[in-house]
Every structure is written in structure tokens, then in C-alpha cells.
Design a binder for this molecule. Structure first.
Ligand SMILES: [Zn+2]
Length: 701
């Protein structure tokens, strides 16, 4: 039977009406990603090479299906990847706090929400342990700018002078200024910061009330995008807490595709091999575009699998309109692989600490030009590794930058007369690599300061040059020195530290040489005090010459998930000794655990004892607590160690005779009970190296 045509038309008109009356945020990733691959063959190659690097990294770190780094589970409570972020607000001249120029509080609220989304602690989304997936990333606004001046991590620039910007904002698919022009007015190096651009409009739509139909809310690029274009563009209207645009774009920034990657309309994406097809994540179901702007029931069937949607409908990387959002463990692992294998410079970057007291001495010369300006030969270092310094970047192509000064944020330390391996990767063509360190800090590189001179062999052309470096006696100590990495076509063997290269790139980093006698820090005499709802952690240190930063860290009441609540620089103590008292400004009177993390200049980490606030009674923390005391012979013992710690207890009478002993796990109330004669007793508790004792008075029955 044929349906009358007019009723079909009516249905069609109704669908169109319902879809244009509601604003529907979409993401411009697919379009800009495809466009960039077409424009820049070098980007397309890099994306393919990066896919191999991600797979290799995951294969190497998932020996038994569980992700591990250095024997630790990297998504475990102790591991956090701190990502330095800079927000560039490209306003149109309006005051701070107006629609296109959001206030600082709104933007920091957006970052807090982003972190809670990743850590599965945003109250209205599935929480970690209840279907949510904790992604161990923390996004933090930068504290130092690329020129080593202080910053809040929020930069405001008037974009009115960019042609087309005021009327239409940034171009994604139809209208507006090219995003490279917008980024050019405030661009921070993508290997040191993740750039977020808050813009008035995309394709002429701002997403504020009055916007109808689909509009692009934001877009981002994969790692490997040219430095002048990498980052997230997002609408000011979406730049606030609770809007999932930024978590979604950060997914792309760390190599997540949409879960409907490869779908067209009702056609499902190929998914025969979940590692290489669709979104390349195996625990996300393939989906098509039919569920856009709807929220299917969890029991509805996904047409691409024939099985119920379940939580797949909540995925951050889909356009369903479900109010809750989450990532999957497979997406988490891909993002962790991305930050380790492709955006590792963000882990080296010092952008999260205030500017240093001493900066690197200016170079007396540097390359001023390049011979083949438009070459597309992928020459220059693509990865540099030395001690804690690890920087993956593009070569000269497709960034088109022949000299990069990374010395403010990208550096490491070496101890004098010790050996270190430096490795420099180059791709696609045979290259010559020379590395210099300005050991005498005079601003130039003498012949004796050449520390690597290596040429790619005939094959393979993708090559990692390595050599051993030993900082010599006589090197200038305890201040950052300039290291210069030069790479060019291998026939150009006469290049020096300041040469204008033929095709390649020159990059500067910082290295600090430490005296050979440096000893590790010692932390002792830790104590904790709660007074007037203020929590103060005090400690003393010896041998702090190597310490770069201290951090006060707080865990939840189970002793999990230590987070840094305050970071501070060492004072200049006599002979490396000093005493500190630091407060937790956000202390909320609940029981929690604290410790100090000392990070040394070479990246080594040392922790203090862990102290608890117990039940927040003044001065109770740091000591064992016996209650009731006096008692009739039955009392409980609270020991200031994290739950799960094994505690040995010994009760002796006034003559030293043991009347009770046992061991307990500290997360249960430790109750000691017996028919002890009335008198004075001593209780001793031991947990590892920690020891406490307390008088116990028993009154008898
Ligand atoms: Zn997207």
C-alpha cells in the first residue's frame, strides 16, 4: 500500500521544524582534520606515523592487557599527567565578563569541570567506580609564559582587526577568518602548552540563545598538526562549567576520533578490526549518525551492533544529547599513549611553575634564514631525549620554523662527570645532527662544546642518533645553559651552530649542570596541626640543594588519589637545611591524609611520611589516639596511617611485661579488650619505620 505523499511531506516538514528550532552543537574536527590532511601531505604522513607510535606504545605497555608504565598502573591513583594549558580569549573589544570575553572565574570553572569530567568526579556524570572511567589527566593553567614572564594562563587579545572576525568569527565550514590568522596573534609553542582559543563565533554562529539548528561549538587537531594551528578553537558561549565541548575537544587533542568515525548518515563505520578501523578503540561500539541530538534509552538497540546502547550512548565522543557523559577505558588508554608518545613535551614543560630566578644566557648568534624556504622534506629533529627532557615535535615541515628557542620551559639537569645518553630522532631523509652545550656560558658554542656529530646511515632513513654526554669538570654549575640541536640534509656536513641551514631546523633547550657531590633530600620531623579549621603541615629537611619544588599533597579519607594542593619553591637554607610550615587553604574539616612530595632537579621524587587528620580534633593527628582513656579494659586505637596499613600493637604493664599484642589492618577500628588489672599501661604501635607510644590507664571493673 502506498502512503499518500502529503503525509510523508508533513512528517518531513515536522522533522525539519523540530531540528531547526533547537540549537545543536557539533564539532568541526572531521572537516578540519580532512582539510589539513589534503593541504599538508606532511601532516597526513605524520598522522599515519603517529598511529604506529600509539600502537607500539600500547603494545609495549599492555603486556597482559593491563596498561603499565615502569611497573605502575599509569591510571592508578598515584599517577597524574599534568597538562599545562593556556586559554587565549579572542574578544571583539567588549569588557571582561561580556558574552565574547568571559571572566576569569568562568574560565577557571570550565577548567575545574574539565578536570572533573576526566577524573570521573563530576557529580552528575557516572563516577569512577560506578560506570565512569577515570582518565588521570589534570589540566592546569600555565604560570610562566614562553618568554619566562609570569602569567595567569589566561591571555586576552582583541581580534577585531582580523578581517572577517567580528562578523563571523573563525572559519570551520562556511564563513569567518582562517584559524591560523586568529592563532597567529597569540600563539604559544604547542610542545610546551596546550592552546585553547575562546572565540566569538564559528561560521557566523555564536551558540548563545537565538542560535538555531546545528552550529559548530569547537574543533581541535591531532598531535602532529603544524605548530601554528594546533590547539582547540571553541565558542565563548560553550566556555563554562558543565558544557561538554572542551572535554570532547581534549579527547581529539589526545588522538580520540568520534565513535561514529567512518560513518555516513545511517551507514555504519567498518569495524572488522577495531584497532585499525572506526575510532581505533576496541571498547567503544561503532555508531552511525542517526542518534545525533537524541538520547536513546540504554535498552534501545544501537543499529550498528544490534545490541543495546547501554552506556555507549553517554560517550563524550558522540553527539547524543544524553545529559551524562563518560569516556571508556580504551579511550583512556589511547589518550595516555598519546601524551606519552606524541605530546610528551607537555610532561617536560616547566610552564606550571613560576618563572625561574635565572634564565639562559642569550646566544651571540643563531640562524637568521633558511636556504630552501618552501621545502617539504621533513628535515630537523622530531624527538629529543636527554635525562628527563623528552620533546616530540614536527621538523621544519609543516611548521615552517627554522629556529626554535625552547630554553624557558624545556630543559633538564645533568650531574657533572656522570654519563648521560642523548638521542635525537630524524625522519624521511638522511640527515646530519650536531648538538652543542654552552658549558662555559659565554653565549657562543666553541669547538670543544660539540657533544654530538652524527649522520644517518644509508638505511634506514628514519633514524635515532644517540651518543653519550659527560658534563666536564669546569662547566658552569647550578644555572641553565644553552644546548643547541641542529639537523640538516646529510650532505651539508660543514654546518655550524649558527649556520643558515638548507632544509632543516635548529632548536635550543636548557641544561643545568649540578655538582658531583649533590645528595638526595632528607625529610624529617613531619607534623600536622588543625587549628581554627586551618590545617598546617610542618616538616624539616636536610640536603635540599637538589630540590626544585615541594608540594603538599592531600588524599581522600581512604588514602587514595593524592593530589597536589600547594606547590612551593625551596628556601635557601644554610647547608641545605630548612624548616617549612604549609597550609591547605581548601581544608574542609573532613578526615584526609597528607604528605610532602619533594621533586629534585633531575626529576627524582622523595616523599615524607603520610600523616592523617584523624577525626580532625586539634593536634590529634600525627599521634595515636586511645579512647576511651581511662577505660575499663576495652578501648579503640586510631593510628595516623592510611587505611590498609599493617599495624603492630604491643600493650605492656608498668613493669614492662607484655599483656597483649597483635597486628591489625588500620582501616578497621582497632579494638583492644581484656580483663586487665587496674593500673598504668603503655601501648606501642609500629607501622613500617613509624613508631608511636601512648600511656593507657585501666580502671578495672
Ligand atoms: Zn569532535
Amino acid at each position: 500500500m502506498r502512503k499518500p505523499l502529503h503525509s510523508l511531506l508533513l512528517v518531513y516538514v515536522l522533522i525539519c521544524l523540530s531540528s531547526i528550532t533547537k540549537a545543536q552543537p557539533v564539532c568541526g574536527f572531521d572537516k578540519v582534520h580532512r582539510q589539513l590532511e589534503l593541504q599538508h601531505p606532511a601532516y597526513k604522513n605524520r598522522v599515519e606515523q603517529n598511529e604506529v607510535k600509539l600502537r607500539n606504545w600500547l603494545d609495549e605497555h599492555k603486556p597482559s592487557g593491563n596498561l603499565q608504565v615502569d611497573g605502575r598502573v599509569p591510571n592508578g591513583p598515584e599517577t597524574i599527567y599534568e597538562i599545562p594549558v593556556v586559554i587565549h580569549v579572542i574578544h571583539t573589544g567588549g569588557a571582561v565578563g561580556t558574552n565574547y570575553n568571559p571572566a576569569d572565574a568562568q574560565l577557571t570553572g570550565m577548567i575545574d569541570y574539565l578536570n572533573q569530567s576526566f577524573q570521573a568526579t563530576w557529580a552528575s556524570y557516572p563516577l569512577a567506580g560506578a560506570g565512569g572511567t577515570r582518565v588521570p589527566f589534570r589540566f592546569i593553567l600555565a604560570q610562566r609564559a614562553p618568554d619566562c614572564t609570569p602569567t595567569t594562563g589566561i591571555v586576552r587579545v582583541d581580534g577585531s582587526s582580523i578581517p572577517g572576525y567580528v562578523a563571523n568569527g573563525v572559519f570551520s565550514q562556511s564563513a569567518g577568518a582562517d584559524d591560523s590568522l586568529v592563532k597567529a596573534i597569540t600563539l604559544w609553542p604547542a610542545n610546551q602548552y596546550y592552546n585553547v582559543y575562546v572565540v566569538n563565533k564559528i561560521d557566523g554562529k555564536d551558540g548563545y540563545p537565538g542560535t538555531v539548528g546545528p552550529f559548530v561549538a569547537g574543533f581541535a587537531y591531532f598531535p602532529g598538526a603544524p605548530m601554528y594551528i594546533d590547539g582547540t578553537i571553541m565558542l565563548a558561549s560553550q566556555a563554562k562549567s558543565g558544557q561538554s565541548t572542551l572535554p570532547h575537544e581534549m579527547g581529539h587533542a589526545f588522538n580520540l576520533f568520534h565513535t561514529f568515525q567512518g560513518a555516513t548518515g545511517a551507514t555504519c563505520p567498518p569495524n572488522a578490526n577495531c584497532n585499525t578501523q572506526g575510532d581505533r578503540v576496541c571498547d567503544t561500539d561503532p555508531t552511525n549518525e542517526q542518534a545525533f541530538f537524541t538520547c536513546p534509552l540504554s535498552t534501545d538497540n544501537n543499529p550498528c551492533t544490534g545490541t543495546p546502547w547501554s552506556d555507549q550512548r553517554l560517550n563524550f565522543m558522540h553527539y547524543t544529547s544524553c545529559a551524562q557523559k563518560k569516556f571508556t577505558p580504551g579511550q583512556r588508554d589511547r589518550m595516555i599513549a598519546s601524551v606519552n608518545a606524541l605530546r610528551n613535551g607537555l610532561m617536560t614543560s616547566a610552564a606550571l611553575t613560576p618563572p625561574p630566578a635565572t634564565t639562559v644566557t642569550a646566544a651571540l648568534c643563531q640562524p637568521l634564514s633558511i636556504v630552501h624556504l618552501n621545502n617539504n622534506n621533513d628535515m630537523g629533529a622530531t624527538r629529543l631525549q636527554l635525562n628527563t627532557l623528552d620533546d616530540s615535535t614536527n621538523s621544519y615541515t609543516p611548521d615552517w620554523v627554522f629556529y626554535v628557542d625552547n630554553t624557558c620551559n624545556m630543559g633538564t639537569n645533568m650531574i657533572m662527570t656522570q654519563n648521560y645518553t642523548i638521542s635525537v630522532s630524524t625522519n624521511t631523509n638522511r640527515q646530519i645532527v650536531k648538538v652543542y652545550i654552552d658549558y662555559n656560558d659565554n653565549g657562543s658554542f666553541e669547538a670543544g662544546e660539540l657533544v654530538m656529530n652524527s649522520t644517518t646511515p644509508a638505511s634506514p632513513v628514519d633514524y635515532t642518533h644517540t651518543t653519550s654526554i659527560t658534563p666536564p669538570v669546569g662547566a658552569v654549575l647550578n644555572k641553565p645553559l644553552r644546548m643547541r640541536v641542529v639537523a640538516d640534509f646529510f650532505t651539508n656536513s660543514s654546518i655550524g651552530p649558527c649556520s643558515n641551514l638548507q632544509y632543516g631546523q635548529t632548536k635550543d633547550y636548557a641544561v643545568t649542570i649540578l655538582p658531583a657531590s649533590a645528595l638526595p633530600v632528607k625529610i624529617y620531623d613531619e607534623s600536622i596541626k588543625v587549628r581554627n579549621n586551618k590545617l598546617q603541615f610542618s616538616f624539616k629537611v636536610g640536603e635540599q640543594q637538589m630540590v626544585k619544588t615541594y608540594a603538599l599533597q592531600r588524599a581522600n579519607k581512604k588514602g587514595n588519589d593524592f593530589i597536589t594542593v600547594k606547590e612551593f619553591a625551596p628556601s635557601s637554607g644554610i647547608n641545605g637545611n630548612a624548616a617549612y610550615a604549609v597550609e591547605d587553604d581548601q581544608y574542609n574539616n573532613s578526615s584526609s591524609w597528607y604528605r610532602i612530595l619533594a621533586t629534585e632537579l633531575d626529576g627524582a621524587k622523595f616523599y615524607s611520611r603520610i600523616l592523617g587528620t584523624g577525626n580532625s580534633e586539634d593536634d590529634a593527628a600525627g599521634y595515636i589516639k586511645v579512647s576511651p582513656n581511662p577505660s575499663r579494659g576495652s578501648f579503640t586505637v586510631a593510628v595516623p596511617v592510611p587505611p590498609g596499613t599493617n599495624v603492630q600493637l604491643v600493650l605492656t604493664d608498668a613493669f614492662g611485661k607484655t599483656v597483649w599484642n597483635g597486628s591489625r589492618i588500620s582501616d578497621r577500628p582497632i579494638t583492644i579488650s581484656g580483663s586487665f588489672p587496674a593500673g598504668l599501661y603503655f601501648l606501642r604501635a609500629t607501622a613500617g619505620q613509624l613508631k608511636w607510644s601512648s600511656k593507657v590507664v585501666i580502671t578495672g571493673n
